[in-house]
Design a protein around this ligand. Structure first.
Ligand SMILES: [Fe+2]
Ligand SMILES: [Fe+2]
Length: 438
């Protein structure tokens, strides 16, 4: 069975090639067309034959058609560039059908190309075509970017893992790839802030500290971008945020007698580690030292009256508190994202910088990305992107009104819908991991 589907694809590919090389009256072209007809006829005796494309591969039913057969890749590309999802060959396939399909697969791809219409004009009757819907394409593109973003996040985890092990081993000589990786995340954040905020819902069970530092970086960059920092400033802020807790890597996490010294000493130790680097930018060192200082003089380490901390330290402090509230590294109960924002606004002016806290709340919205909400029709979904109206974000609906999980979730823009958010739901009640759905 399988080899015959391959034969059809191979014959299509050589027919297409012959059509480009020879006029239609040429014997080479004629014999290529006959081969297509033979291959299709052999396959359609027992019923229609469908060849479809999925994520860059051709399939016959659920079996991949191997790319090493000649022309398979070219046909896959010909399908994709003409937005063809599948071709179905039916019994009664003849020469006119073969010539028609070869010609259509050779037409110049364009957004205006209507494959079904072109086949009809050529008198093709034994081939039906399913064209990719615009929606599916958008979804595929979104999935592709999501995978790419997640890969970026994981590369950053490994950069941090190696920096941390250098610190644990007695010293860190340079920042490695940290700066260029921050640049990559920053670029994505400026393109699609919601996608990057979705990444910050990722949690690490065994390497919680590494995930924490990356999430604090994402929240800091979100604040910095809202503030309108130029790229150079954002880059320095991002690197500083990524390394704010680097001093913790000098402690043994498994030893509970180290917990309190680690808490108290990691700012100073982090600053010492970073000041030893041959880097001209003092911001990472300052942020490591100052990120637990409160604006009213509280917090730690202690300092002289009227000490003014670096603006980046005050920004990272907000990002750090938000990350800790929503995703505590210790055993504390997490707050839902909306409550964490409310809590930060309560702390504005005493613990955290009031201007930055308000800007952060504005950037995150009333229902931040990752917030699980119940809608007025009793469905439950995740905020997947913020809307221009902060009360009307875009929701990925995950559970139907009866509480059953929806298999292929749709997105609803509340701005274009009658639906409203009626409450925020604690993901723990549904035993779900938010990051799996963003
Ligand atoms: Fe810290
Ligand atoms: Fe932290």
């Amino acid at each position: 069975m399988m080899s015959s589907a391959v034969d059809v694809v191979v014959a299509l590919a050589s027919g297409r090639k012959a059509g480009q090389l020879y006029p239609s009256t040429h014997p080479e072209f004629q014999s290529a067309i006959s081969l297509i007809v033979q291959a299709v006829d052999a396959m359609t005796l027992s019923g229609p034959l469908t060849v479809n494309v999925h994520q860059g591969r051709l399939y016959h039913q659920s079996t991949v058609i191997p790319v090493d057969a000649p022309g398979v890749h070219a046909i896959e590309e010909a399908f994709e560039s003409r937005k063809i999802e599948s071709l179905t060959f039916h019994a009664g396939f003849g020469k006119t059908d073969a010539i028609g399909i070869v010609e259509v697969l050779s037409l110049r791809p364009s957004p205006l190309l209507d494959v079904n219409e072109e086949l009809k004009q050529r008198g093709v009757t034994a081939v039906t075509v399913a064209v990719l819907a615009e929606d599916d394409e958008e979804k595929e593109e979104r999935d592709r970017l999501r995978e790419q973003d997640r890969a970026l996040y994981h590369r950053l985890i490994s950069v941090m893992r190696s920096l941390s092990s250098q610190v644990a081993g007695g010293g860190m000589s340079d920042l490695g790839n940290a700066e260029s990786m921050v640049g990559n995340i920053m670029g994505r954040l400026l393109e699609d802030q919601s996608a990057v905020l979705g990444l910050a819902t990722m949690r690490g069970h065994s390497e919680a500290d590494l995930f924490h530092s990356i999430n604090v970086m994402i929240y800091s960059l979100t604040l910095g971008a809202t503030l309108g920092l130029p790229e150079e400033g954002l880059s320095s802020l991002g690197v500083s945020a990524l390394l704010h807790d680097v001093g913790k890597a000098a402690f043994d996490h498994a030893d509970s007698s180290q917990t309190e010294p680690m808490r108290a000493m990691h700012p100073k130790i982090g600053a010492d580690i970073l000041s030893a680097l041959p880097d001209e930018d003092p911001a990472p060192m300052l942020v490591a030292y100052e990120h637990h200082m409160h604006v009213d003089g509280g917090g730690y380490p202690e300092r002289v009256p009227d000490y003014v901390s670096h603006p980046f330290s005050r920004m990272v402090a907000i990002a750090d508190r938000y990350a800790n509230y929503t995703n505590p590294v210790n055993d504390a109960e997490p707050l839902t994202p909306d409550k964490a924002i409310v809590q930060l606004l309560r702390e504005a002016g005493s613990v955290v910088d009031p201007l930055f806290a308000r800007l952060f709340a504005k950037a995150m919205g009333v229902f931040p990305v990752g917030c699980l909400v119940r809608l007025s029709d009793q469905t439950v979904g995740l905020v997947s992107r913020s809307g221009s109206d902060s009360l009307k974000p875009v929701i990925r609906v995950l559970y139907d009104a009866g509480g059953l999980e929806i298999e292929d979730p749709d997105e609803v823009a509340l701005a274009d819908s009658e639906l409203t958010i009626i409450e925020v739901v604690d993901p723990a009640n549904l035993a779900m991991a938010v990051a799996d759905h963003l």
